[in-house]
Design a protein around this ligand. Structure first.
Ligand code: 5GP
Ligand code: MN
Length: 337
């Protein structure tokens, strides 16, 4: 992978560009791809955004979201765009399996592939150019840096700023995580100068749920949570029957795992959801406990030091039992936090 700076000279040649992200995109994936989309469109490129799967409805309001293709719904059109692309930007993921059914077409594509991402341990060999920086708060912050350093900062506008603010806000836990540096706040100040309405963005993302999502959350906290005080750990286990009972939709479990970390003394939080195709884990930690390593080692996953995910094809019961068997091996690490 060559440094992304080497790609800047190519920005002035008009191209077909595809931008993609990880499956079930979150605010940072959608914000960074759409922010880059508006920027490259402003530069005159022919740009398309493809998501490997559908996404939460609380991202639908974002400028440009209605033009995003869902690979699972629009496979033929998306494959054609990938075939005709001169450049593919891969944002907010760094291993191709995170694009699910798009993995093969992306691997097969022979065009220029560019990585912009902040997760640990990138699959560097599959990208032509790229930047990977685990110290960045979000991919949105990195897209902002990319635009500034490209020499085309004058093309920044309110739409780009709105998209990038959204991902920085969601990936920093609304500016509370340690990754929220002075540079993050300076970027946000620039977004305000460009005219973003930050109050509207917060409301669009956090205050647009349906009643049943709150009842689902209430039930999950009341009946599906277990606190393992001897390990400073809390776990939440959501069976498929709950997903059906509360008529849940993509994105409805976003943020659930953070409630576990709000218990005094809890440093490690684990949420597992019984999805149709897999049992999906979300891990969060405070301080030095490295959930990226934990996810990678035990549940074929990865992510960041304090936020990671993984999955298994075991049954819900088996995966929870396995988690509880693994935990004592970390007792020293977890009790010394
Ligand atoms: P979440 O728990 O919110 O789904 O994910 C937490 C973080 O871990 C995100 O940055 C996400 O991109 C990453 N992540 C989630 N699942 C996986 C996975 O299966 N593999 C890898 N490598 N990263 C994941
Ligand atoms: Mn991110």
């Amino acid at each position: 992978m060559r440094p992304i700076q080497d790609y800047y000279p190519h920005l002035c040649n008009k191209q077909n560009i595809v931008i993609t992200m990880h499956q079930k995109p979150d605010g940072d994936a959608m914000g960074s791809t759409l922010g880059l989309y508006h920027f490259l469109a402003n530069l005159g490129h022919n740009v398309s955004v493809i998501s490997p799967t559908n996404w939460a409805a609380f991202l639908d309001w974002m400028p440009g979201a209605s033009a995003v293709l869902d690979y699972e719904k629009d496979k033929a059109a998306a494959d054609k765009l990938i075939d005709n692309a001169n450049t593919i930007f891969c944002l907010d993921f760094n291993v191709m399996y995170r694009t699910k059914n798009m993995e093969q077409p992306l691997m097969d594509a022979t065009c220029t592939k560019i990585l912009i991402d902040h997760h640990r341990q990138p699959q560097e060999e599959v990208f032509t150019y790229g930047i990977s920086n685990i110290y960045k708060s979000s991919t949105c912050e990195m897209v902002y840096d990319f635009i500034i350093e490209s020499g085309y900062a004058s093309l920044l506008d309110r739409n780009i700023a709105t998209c990038l603010y959204t991902g920085i806000m969601t990936d920093t836990g609304s500016f509370r995580f340690p990754s929220t540096t002075a540079s993050v706040h300076l970027a946000v100040a620039h977004f305000k100068e460009l005219g973003i309405d930050h109050t509207a963005i917060h409301e669009n993302v956090f205050d647009s749920f349906l009643e049943n999502r709150l009842k689902f959350l209430g039930n999950s906290l009341m009946n599906r949570m277990e606190v393992l005080y001897e390990y400073n750990t809390a776990i939440m286990v959501i069976p498929k029957s709950d997903l059906v009972k509360f008529n849940t939709k993509t994105g409805d479990t976003e943020g659930f795992v953070n409630y576990l970390l709000s218990i005094d003394g809890i440093r490690f939080a684990a949420l597992v959801i019984d999805r149709t195709e897999e049992r999906k884990w979300s891990f969060r930690s405070k301080g030095n406990f490295d959930v990226n390593n934990f996810a990678r080692m035990h549940f074929s996953g990865g992510g960041h030091k304090n936020a990671a995910g993984g999955s298994t094809y075991d049954s819900l019961e088996t995966t929870v039992q396995r988690f509880k068997e693994i935990l004592p091996g970390y007792q020293n690490e977890l009790s010394n936090l």
